[in-house]
Design a protein around this ligand. Structure first.
Ligand SMILES: Cc1ncc(COP(=O)(O)O)c(C=O)c1O
Length: 435
């Protein structure tokens, strides 16, 4: 297959995961073993040669060889700055960079690649939107609605905006059962609500939010809607047109891609109206001593040298995910999560955070009565099981749940049922020791 530079490169095809019947479960295991071979880091050992069981995917995922190789080949063969030169390498690099944008656009079902802005990550994307909306009519006395399960990246930029402009930040509360209290949404969404920003999937509880329905209700009061899809897009098919939000944001490093790149998708008409956030090279049509005229999106929001090689890496990650199949990835992770939750529920003194009836996808968090979450994760780590302990950048959620911190296990396409068993048995041992 020819790449953006026109040269032929052999493509190593990842294994397609199929998970539709019991018979296919063993095929699935086979496919996952093959998949794992693509991830060099998964065969390393930790702590006295224990096999690594990597269950910290919500923080950041690992990368397959295909992504690592795409990036190093690009550095070795094709690298130059983009959009600024007429020389051959700059054109090759620009083509590869724009090809990555097309891949992202297709992956999230955007209407146009011009709606895809490369940023440094989810955090940067949300800061961009918050700052630009602050120059577009959101002001004193207006309300910004978030939810109690947001990541700090989807709280602090809005609090900063609110304190600058005198807006009010409100939070849709969690119900007693540990799910968002959607029945109370009409209380929180009103004509003063100018922005509703929420996660598609909680990075702590793993619960899936009804994005389409929430967007519809927010639109009915005329609010701008931002969907934080940092934990959704890597794990499930994303259709930004079906969601119909104004902005959708996510990070490359949580979906097999490199760090330092993320995406802000926005509706083109809105991006045209939105003032740019950062100023500098590449985002202008003209500059005079009197001022500047910004470019059209996406360039308007990509001041300075963009994450070029990272975009190539993200494109390769998307190719990989497409090849494996997003629906298959989602089904696989749900199975692993369901098995892990079932095992946890059998353990005495362990509380799974979030509603029992909630639909959970790929992530679960728990606390063990009388034991510090940090101690649990540290002891699990000694057994080779990498989980995360802390507030997971969601302090308001932990405050609401009445716990200072929790342990989190999060799965991805390369995790196996055996790893879930190792995790449960390690947890059982740790509880026997510490509880
Ligand atoms: C739901 C959610 N939003 C935002 C972020 C921030 O992402 P990044 O650190 O890549 O900007 C994270 C990261 O964990 C997240 O889980």
């Amino acid at each position: 297959m020819a790449d953006a530079s026109g040269r032929d490169r052999p493509i190593q095809r990842p294994q397609k995961l199929t998970y539709r019947s019991a018979r296919q479960a063993s095929l699935m295991n086979e496919a996952i073993s093959k998949t794992r071979e693509d991830f060099p880091i998964l065969s390393r050992t930790v702590h006295r040669k224990r096999p690594l069981v990597f269950l910290d995917n919500a923080a950041s995922t690992q990368r397959p060889r295909q992504v690592i190789e795409a990036m190093s080949e690009f550095y070795e063969q094709d690298y130059a700055n983009v959009h600024r030169g007429v020389h051959a390498l700059s054109e090759i690099a620009s083509d590869a960079f724009e090809a990555a944008r097309y891949r992202v656009a297709e992956f999230i079902h955007a209407a146009s690649a011009s709606e895809v802005i490369f940023t440094a990550g989810t955090t940067m994307s949300i800061n961009l939107v918050a700052n630009s909306l602050g120059q577009m009519g959101v002001g004193h006395g207006d309300e910004i609605l978030l939810t109690e399960l947001e990541h700090h990246s989807n709280i602090v930029p809005w609090q900063q905006l609110a304190s600058r402009l005198g807006c009010v930040v409100r939070f849709l509360p969690l119900s007693e059962e540990g799910d968002l209290d959607y029945d109370r949404l009409p209380e929180f969404l009103n004509s003063k609500t100018k922005v509703f920003a929420f996660s598609a999937l909680s990075n702590v509880l793993g619960t899936v939010l009804p994005v389409k329905a929430l967007v519809k209700q927010a639109k009915a009061v005329g609010a701008y809607v931002l969907v934080d899809a940092a934990q959704h897009t890597p794990h499930s098919s994303t259709d930004v047109q079906a969601w119909d939000a104004d902005f959708v944001v996510f990070s490359g490093h949580k979906m097999l891609g490199p760090t330092g790149i993320g995406v802000l998708w926005g509706k083109l008409e809105l991006l045209r109206q939105l003032p740019p956030f950062l100023g500098g090279g590449s985002m202008i049509q003209t500059v005079t001593t009197d001022g500047f005229v910004p470019s059209e999106p996406p360039a308007k929001f990509e001041a300075g040298t963009p994450p070029i090689v990272e975009a190539v890496g993200l494109g390769a990650a998307i190719d990989y995910l497409n090849q494996v199949g997003m629906d298959e990835i989602e089904a696989h992770e749900r199975n692993l999560t369901a098995a892990a939750c079932e095992g946890i529920r059998d353990l005495q003194g362990v509380r799974l955070l979030g509603s029992d009836s909630a639909q959970r996808s790929g992530i679960l968090s728990f606390v063990v009565e009388g034991v510090n979450a940090q101690d649990i994760s540290t002891f699990m780590d000694l057994k080779g099981v990498a989980t995360r302990a802390g507030h997971h950048c969601a302090m308001p959620l932990h405050q609401k749940l009445g716990v200072p911190s929790s342990c989190r296990a999060s799965f991805y396409l390369y995790n196996t049922n055996e790893e879930v068993e190792i995790f449960l048995s390690a947890l059982q041992d740790v509880i026997a020791k510490l509880a």
